[in-house]
Design a protein around this ligand. Structure first.
Ligand code: PHE
Length: 365
């Protein structure tokens, strides 16, 4: 049920590979939490980075209060190994178990898997860091003047702004806005202004009271806490100027030589090496809105063409007024990171994609 191009990524653990940019960023984040929560007299954070990416739907969804009918549970979005086991879609999957074990301050880094669109910043496998700080029930003074949730919120926001400054420099501007996650309440996102542009860097919030209650030894005293999650590729692309997410998986020394002898404190600006020319191919078909899901074409393309596909872009989406079907035209961009492509091999891939699309509930044009 899980295609080979995904299975072969399980166990690669780029975040553990010495001298890999994802490992450098991971170390930088862990270094920040190690120093902040030591010098301020807080209990220390534990760092986990080797949990199995196959998790139960209880861990990935149920215990995080993700509703039964939430889109992320659909097999259009998530890789199912069996009806109960998925490749984790986020590192939040480990929150409940660790809290139940009595862990209260921790980071979890790992590879996460999502069926997604294809472009320079999206890839079906990426890496996240999850952070949890859960204060015990009697951590805070319970004087009436002390607004505890507000205090915890400010603590969360100052910790994460500190992280942003640690990663991107002291002068970076931060901005908060409201967000929504089923497992935090309230929830926020943090954006930073980088080279004049506001970029989303993480999601976070106060851990939902129900989760703290479910995980507490004494459910009548759940305590209060916060959690955040961030994508390592996204941070590395911004911080080091890496233009294409496929590069993280490349084995080209022109990529790795730029990172391998670096430390987390080094300033690194990735220098792009010459790009090989792209090959464009279009595919068009009529589809009824319900049975056809856009991720299907992205997934087929990735399965057939692997990392040779750079982008799949919807260029026309016209609904016929008479029969109500929608025309979908996609432009597929093929480009290799390390060699020139031949027309022949791309025609073969494109034909294979057409054959697979013909089996969908669509009419190929
Ligand atoms: N798990 C969320 C995601 O993948 C991120 C998140 C983690 C948000 C923890 C809030 C708290 O998008």
């Amino acid at each position: 049920m899980i295609p080979d191009n995904i299975l072969e990524k399980v166990g690669r653990n780029l975040h553990l590979q010495q001298g890999h940019p994802l490992n450098l960023i991971k170390q930088k984040i862990e270094g920040y939490f190690a120093s902040v929560f030591d010098s301020d007299g807080f209990d220390q954070f534990s760092f986990f980075d080797s949990f199995d990416p196959y998790v139960s739907i209880k861990d990935n969804f149920d215990d995080l209060l993700i509703p039964e009918d939430h889109v992320s549970r659909s097999s259009n979005d998530t890789y199912y190994r069996s009806p109960d086991i998925v490749l984790r879609t986020h590192t939040s999957a480990h929150q409940n178990l660790l809290l139940k074990k009595g862990k209260r301050y921790f980071l979890v880094t790992g590879d996460v898997y999502r069926k997604d669109t294809i472009d320079a910043t999206h890839y079906p496998v990426f890496h996240q860091v999850e952070g949890v700080w859960a204060g015990s029930a009697d951590f805070w003074p319970t004087t009436p003047e002390c607004d505890i949730p507000k205090t915890v919120e400010e603590f969360l926001q100052s910790t994460l702004e500190g992280l942003a400054h640690h990663l991107f420099g002291k002068d970076i501007e931060c901005r908060w806005s409201d967000d929504y996650f089923p497992f935090t309440d309230p929830s926020w996102e943090l954006e930073i202004k980088f080279n004049g542009e506001w970029l989303e860097v993480l999601g976070c919030g106060l851990i939902h009271k129900q989760i703290l209650t479910n995980c507490a030894k004494d459910p009548s005293r759940p305590g209060i806490g916060w959690a955040f999650g961030l994508g390592l590729e996204r941070l590395a692309m911004i911080l080091y100027g890496i233009p294409d997410i496929r590069l993280f998986w490349s084995e080209d020394p022109r990529f790795h030589d730029q990172f391998k002898d670096k430390t987390p404190d080094d300033k690194i600006s990735f220098v792009s090496y010459s790009k090989y020319p792209p090959v464009y191919k279009d595919i068009s078909f009529w589809a009824h809105p319900g049975p056809y899901h856009e991720n299907t074409l992205h997934q087929i393309t990735r399965e057939v063409a692997g990392d040779l596909v750079e982008e799949v872009k919807l260029t026309d989406n016209f609904t016929h007024p008479k029969h109500g079907k929608t025309n979908h035209t996609y432009r597929i961009t093929y480009r290799s990171m390390d060699r020139s492509l031949t027309n022949e091999e791309i025609n073969q891939l494109q034909n294979e994609i057409r054959t697979r699309v013909e089996q969908l509930p669509v009419e190929l044009r």
